[in-house]
Ligand binder design. Structure first.
Ligand code: TTP
Ligand code: MG
Length: 369
């Protein structure tokens, strides 16, 4: 394959920056955008926060109550998520990005890959000019900053964009890839979550450079052929995934094994509540609304059952999601006599302007991180 030039654009603290845009008095204060669960005043999780709030340790996913503690007496502003508004801003920005790409792939509400190989004449210097132009246009037309990574493939472009934030522009040319990646922790690579990171640690692999030096045969012995080969290639910055328009997302799901087989609704709902939070977080990130909620149940005899419910109109509410999961489990347990071993939750039937993804399922495969 001919050498490629790939750009990854990721908007800075996107939801919070959108809020700053419509209310400039927020700019010099900590801003925290929250997904309120509706169960109590401060019940819920932080969706994102601006960089002033991040300095105090506030980040995506932490409880709102904890964020409030960290920002006590800091004149912080807490706002509820306003998807419609962020989607509208996102669409405007994606239009700008698309116009600069030979091929375009949006991967989230605030993130997209651009293959600019032809437009940049396969030159990283030219790609840098395109990236600067993109940053200027996004700033001028949409009043937002973004961070940009440029590399010979998607893997490198993504890590490059993450290195310098906010408002960064990082270029990693083909010949710089290995030295760029070598000092970074292995967790920077897609597919290396907590578990894999720990396992690698026991092998003495801490950095991507360690991984690159590690014997590839040993690696495939430990992680299996497919993963071992992927880890090795990723560590030396090899990635030939094309930039391509994605198919529509069909579903987002999570599944997990219970500590013990049980029929206790409370125990099951404790687990599914966590799974719902995780699925909902992805949903929010992708700017999607769902019409169907499903559960998957693996019983003690390993047989698999599923149940689902479809609504008239789309929603993205966490409470509705959890309530429906609860109803489905109540009904299911009444009708089934066996203990439950694994439980899963799923949302599907998406409706939104930003539905562009394939299955974002975490049931199997690489999606550990
Ligand atoms: P990110 O691009 O991961 O985060 P960000 O844009 O807020 O910050 P950064 O400057 O580091 O890029 O996600 C995009 C949006 O998705 C984010 O603004 C809010 C939402 N989101 C959640 O609601 N929950 C989450 O756990 C994450 C990671 C993001
Ligand atoms: Mg972002």
């Amino acid at each position: 394959m001919q050498a490629r030039v790939i750009i990854l654009v990721d908007l800075d603290y996107f939801f919070a920056q959108c809020e700053e845009r419509r209310n400039s008095t927020l700019k010099d204060k900590p801003v925290v955008v929250c997904v309120y669960s509706g169960r109590g005043e401060d019940s819920g999780a932080v969706s994102t926060a601006n960089y002033i709030a991040r300095k105090h340790g506030v980040k995506s996913g932490i409880p709102i109550s904890l964020a409030k503690k960290k920002l006590r007496k800091k004149d912080a502003v807490f706002l509820p998520v306003d998807h419609e508004f962020y989607e509208e801003v996102s669409e405007g920005i994606m239009r700008i990005l698309r116009s600069h790409a030979d091929r375009f792939e949006q991967v989230g509400i605030d993130e997209a890959y651009l293959d600019v190989s032809q437009k940049a004449n396969r030159s990283f210097e030219e790609a840098k000019k395109i990236a600067q132009k993109i940053k200027e246009e996004v700033k001028a037309q949409q009043k937002l900053t973004c961070s940009v990574g440029i590399g010979p493939n998607k893997l490198v472009a993504k890590i490059a964009a993450d290195i310098q934030k906010p408002n960064g522009l990082t270029i990693v040319k083909s010949e710089q890839v290995e030295s760029f990646l070598a000092p970074l922790p292995v967790s920077r690579l897609v597919g290396i979550g907590k578990k894999t990171k720990k396992k690698m640690q026991t092998l003495g692999i801490i950095t991507i450079g360690d991984l690159a030096k590690y014997d590839v045969h040993r690696l495939t012995e430990v992680f299996g052929k497919k993963l071992g080969t992927y880890f090795h290639n990723a560590s030396i910055g090899l990635d030939d995934e094309p930039v391509q328009e994605r198919d529509r997302v069909e579903s987002i799901s999570r599944i997990s094994t219970l500590k013990e087989d049980t029929r206790d609704l409370k125990v099951i709902l404790e687990k599914t509540s966590q799974l719902c939070d995780a699925v909902h977080s992805k949903l929010v990130q992708r700017g999607l609304s769902f019409r169907s909620v499903g559960i998957v149940v693996v019983l003690a005899d390993m047989s698999v059952r599923s149940r689902s419910k479809t609504f008239e109109s789309p929603t993205n509410g966490l409470e509705v999601f959890k309530k429906t999961v609860r109803e489905l489990f109540e009904k299911f347990l009444k009708a089934s006599g066996l203990d439950v071993r694994r439980v899963g939750v799923k949302v599907s039937n998406f409706s939104s302007e930003t539905e562009r993804q394939k299955h974002l399922t975490d049931f199997v495969g690489l999606a550990e991180s």
